[in-house]
Every structure is written in structure tokens, then in C-alpha cells.
Design a protein. Structure first.
Ligand SMILES: C[S@@+](CC[C@H](N)C(=O)[O-])C[C@H]1O[C@@H](n2cnc3c(N)ncnc32)[C@H](O)[C@@H]1O
Length: 181
């Protein structure tokens, strides 16, 4: 009997979680999908080895989920890390992990479209294509000279790619790097 209750409880949790995802998607229009761990080496090798970006540089993740890219950046020595996220569940999970890791990453429940992006040296983006046209216009106005924009999966409209790295040959997944001049 206990097993049936367990299965029922599990399904209720799954339904609640899926319902939550649908509600967030209705408002945000971008589903949550974490940057795969396999991409981290490519991203941070480029940041540190190619661009020689200092560990004190300001990095922001636009739509940071629970902050996995930021925690990885901190693990690799970066100190000035901010993430904006609209989904409360991912943010709370991120804050919990932050306490657990004794992290100094800043996770903020804010719409990145309403934030000043001119203060960041590195801007990381992993979003669906529908979010990019408006963000591209904002970055054209705000991204500072010398800033590095990194985007996983698709090109940033109206920007010229500085470096195109194939992250997964089979799935044709690219990481695009843009240095603002
Ligand atoms: C594909 S996930 C990427 C998560 C994380 N950056 C990573 O790479 O692991 C995109 C996230 O962006 C968030 N998001 C979408 N639009 C946003 C906005 N305008 N402001 C803040 N967060 C947003 C979504 O809630 C979602 O969690």
C-alpha cells in the first residue's frame, strides 16, 4: 500500500513541476535548460586563455536558472558574478545551493531586459531565439567597448561573430563569441 502512495505522491510532484514550468513559460517565453557541463571547458578556456580576461572581471548570466554557469565560474576563480532570473523556483534552488557552497555569487530575481548591462565585462546568454532580437537591440546600446558576449546555440542578431566554436559536431551546436569594439 505504501508503495502505491509513494508512486501517487511522485506523480503529483511531477504534475506540479510540469504545471509550474508551463506557467513560467507562459510569462517568460523561454524554457529552462541548463548549459551542459561539457560546454564549460570551451567557455572558460576562451575567457581565460584566448581573451585573457581577469578573474576580477564582472560576469553576468542573463537568465541564469539556478546559477550553474556562475557556480562554475566561481569554482574557476572568478569573483564578480551576477545572474538575473525570473523563475522563483530556480532562484530559490540557486540561493539554497549558494548557501551550501558558501558562494558569493549574486542571484537576483530581475528581468535582465530592465537591467543596466553596460557594467559587465562578460555577458553569458543561453536563451531561445524568440528572446534574442530585443536583447540584441539592448546590447547594441549598452554593451561596453571591450566586453565579451558569449552565446550558446545561436547567433546574436546584428552582431558580427568574433569566434565560432563548434561545441557538438553531431548536433551542430555552436558557441558564439562577440568582442565589442
Ligand atoms: C535556457 S535557460 C538557461 C539557464 C542558465 N543560463 C544556464 O545556461 O544554465 C534560460 C533561463 O532564462 C530565464 N529568463 C528568460 N527570460 C528572462 C528575463 N527576461 N529575465 C530573467 N530571466 C529570464 C528563464 O526563466 C530560464 O530559466
Amino acid at each position: 500500500m505504501l508503495v502505491y502512495y509513494g508512486i501517487f505522491f511522485f506523480f503529483v510532484l511531477v504534475v506540479i513541476f510540469l504545471g509550474y514550468q508551463m506557467i513560467v513559460y507562459y510569462f517568460v517565453r523561454v524554457p529552462y535548460l541548463g548549459t551542459p557541463k561539457e560546454r564549460f571547458a570551451l567557455i572558460f578556456d576562451y575567457i581565460f586563455k584566448q581573451e585573457k580576461i581577469k578573474k576580477s572581471a564582472k560576469l553576468v548570466d542573463l537568465g541564469c536558472g539556478y546559477g550553474r554557469v556562475l557556480f562554475e565560474a566561481e569554482h574557476r576563480g572568478m569573483k564578480n558574478l551576477t545572474g538575473f532570473e525570473l523563475s522563483p523556483l530556480y532562484l530559490w534552488w540557486g540561493k539554497l545551493l549558494s548557501c551550501f557552497y558558501q558562494s558569493r555569487v549574486r542571484l537576483e530575481r530581475k528581468n535582465f531586459m530592465q537591467e543596466d548591462l553596460s557594467v559587465y565585462d562578460v555577458i553569458y546568454i543561453f536563451l531561445t531565439s524568440n528572446a534574442l532580437p530585443a536583447l540584441s537591440v539592448k546590447l547594441k546600446k549598452e554593451a561596453k567597448k571591450g566586453a565579451l558576449i558569449i552565446i550558446l546555440g545561436q547567433k546574436l542578431p546584428n552582431f558580427s561573430v568574433t569566434k565560432d566554436v563548434v561545441a557538438n559536431v553531431k548536433k551542430n551546436i555552436h558557441l558564439y563569441f562577440y568582442k565589442i569594439s
